[in-house]
Ligand binder design. Structure first.
Ligand SMILES: *Cc1c(COP(=O)(O)O)cnc(C)c1O
Length: 364
């Protein structure tokens, strides 16, 4: 490690801030804390929400629920707009809700719900929140840097992400952007805050330092990630994720499996959630996951009420076409070994066709 109060770190920090502003597509302030994504989300609540204040949490899955619980833990009076798992929030319903919920000052929305593989139509939702002049805080943990989220163009006041998702890094660093309106709110908000005090963090960062010891090794990695991302370019990165997601969806369908995302328009570019066949769900799922592990394939299991019923393929960050091929082959072999009827090779053919298609479906 280097001296984090020395000249090398003073040179590194502004370079990271500039790179992150590019990736967040924003001119807002960018803060970096040693924490996971949940820490970044907690910092937003601690800096923006006063005890007793009305907050609207839009939740389409486990991470949306967590964000709502977090606001409740800080004493907020939380209204929940909850959708069935597999669905996305409806901008018109949000509009109706905000027309009735006049006391809501802050709206919390998950951009990409990692537990269900659903991406919200954030642009349309953000438009509604802005029309109602509320503060918009977005959990972009598994989207920023992988799925298009132009923070300034869409008027996102606070956008939060974490190093272990699209940034291709180990866990341990959270990064967030903060708009002028959010800074104004921060100045008058009354929740207790210390470690995550944004104002102190901003002052320290402006001097090329951080309040606590930074997670230096990860920040060196971040410099490299940002270099790789600039070489590829944001539009190419977003397209690659869309193409790879389309390939996994096509492969899953060809394997005779059903997707959790109710409509293709809201299917996530970074994680695909797939129902296990009925014959292999519940306790039998353990055998399938074990076969996959033995083949070298690690897929996510279902969370909460989806445990034992789905599997999730994470495909964000450093994921390329050859990874799709290897994954689809292992998926097929594992299912076949557990007695699932399928046409050998069909999934790979479907995946290859989707990878070669020049127009992957876009998330609106
Ligand atoms: C991973 C993730 C989080 C935060 O998880 P941490 O384990 O705290 O980093 C929050 N929201 C979403 C959508 C995520 O994917």
């Amino acid at each position: 490690m280097i001296n984090h109060r020395g000249p090398e770190f003073r040179a590194l920090l502004p370079e990271l801030e500039t790179g992150l502003k590019w990736a967040f597509q924003t001119e807002n302030d960018l803060l970096i804390f040693p924490a996971t994504g949940t820490g970044g989300l907690e910092s937003a609540v601690a800096n923006l929400v006063s005890p007793g204040e009305r907050v609207l949490a839009v939740t389409i899955g486990a991470f949306g629920d967590r964000f709502a619980d977090l606001a409740e833990a800080f004493g907020a009076d939380v209204a929940r707009y909850t959708l069935p798992w597999g669905e996305a929030a409806d901008p018109e319903d949000l509009d109706d809700l905000l027309s009735r919920e006049l006391e809501v000052a802050t709206v919390l929305i998950t951009h990409n719900e990692t537990s269900t593989g659903v991406t919200n139509r954030l642009q349309a939702l953000a438009e509604v929140v802005k029309r109602h002049q509320r503060l918009l805080v977005v959990d972009g943990v598994s989207s920023i840097g992988s799925i298009d989220l132009p923070v300034d163009r869409w008027g996102v006041d606070v956008a939060v992400t974490a190093s272990q998702k699209g940034w291709m890094l180990p866990p341990g660093v959270t990064m967030l952007s903060i708009s002028k309106a959010a800074w104004q709110r921060q100045a008058s908000a009354r929740a207790p805050r210390f470690y995550f005090d944004w104002e102190r963090a901003r002052k320290m960062q402006s001097k090329g330092m951080t309040f606590t010891t930074p997670a230096m090794s990860i920040l060196f990695g971040l410099r490299e990630s940002l270099t790789m991302m600039r070489e590829e370019g944001l539009p190419a990165i977003f397209q690659r994720h869309l193409r790879i997601a389309a390939a996994f969806r096509a492969a899953s369908t060809a394997l005779g499996l059903r997707l959790l995302a109710a409509e293709p328009e809201i299917a996530s570019p970074t994680v695909t959630a797939v129902y296990l066949p009925d014959a292999l769900s519940g306790e039998k799922s353990e055998s399938v996951f074990k076969t996959w592990r033995d083949l070298g394939l690690v897929v996510g299991e279902g969370q909460g009420k989806l445990a034992g019923r789905i599997f999730r393929i994470g495909h964000l960050g450093a994921v390329y076409e050859e990874d799709v091929v290897a994954t689809v082959e292992a998926l097929e072999r594992g299912l076949e070994a557990n007695g699932h009827p399928l046409t050998p090779g069909a999934a790979l053919t479907a995946a290859r066709r989707a990878l070669e298609s020049s127009e992957p479906s876009l998330v609106a």
